[in-house]
Design a protein around this ligand. Sequence first.
Ligand code: 6GU
Length: 228
Amino acid sequence: MHIDILTVLPDLLQSPFEHSIMKRAQDKGLLTVRVHHLRKWAVNEYGQIDDYQYGGGAGMVMMCEPLAKAIEELSQERSYDEIIYLTPDGERLNQGISNQLSLKKNLLMICGHYKGIDERIRTHFVTKEISIGDYVLSGGELAAAVLVDSIGRLLPGVLNDETSALFDSFQDNLLAPPVYTRPVDFRGWKVPDVLMSGDHRKIEEWRHEQSLERTQQRRPDLLEGSGL
Ligand code: 6GU
């Protein structure tokens, strides 16, 4: 998969993909991420990419021209399956959306800033609008990092058995069960006996029960309509 990201703060997107699973995905050639500075397509030599909004009011709006030029130039190199605008008024991200996007080949992500981007770019170029939750961030960059991470780890070959996405919270609409490691007794707090029993069927049963219980307690909304 190839992901292009358009941003006015490219530095903010340097480190997030240089570690751990995202690094491995790129080292293995399964994922390429290119961060593009929108100022490259600025309307003048001052690097202008935003302007006051029509109708008045505080806050700048990201202009049509830099975004349109950037999108068109990048589109000559590859044909995008989705052009995604990260915005708090987009569709709220969930595992299902990440699963679907992980099947695509080329994605372009646009990080908004200030009051957002000119509506005409949303109408005529953007194919999908995503929010990562009901709170406001200063810009779309951290949201793009979240989205790339959640998609990247799903690409075939990125995860091994140990990190398999099959057992993630949400992959089956259930939260993950509790986990323990050495020592078996820490300050008198013991690991559940069943995990030391060596009975794999019993362990799987226990884990499933714990998942269900945890989901019922913390996120009953995930169980509604799932038939569980
Ligand atoms: Cl995608 N962008 C911004 N600026 N704030 C957000 C968001 C995105 N998702 C949740 N809050």
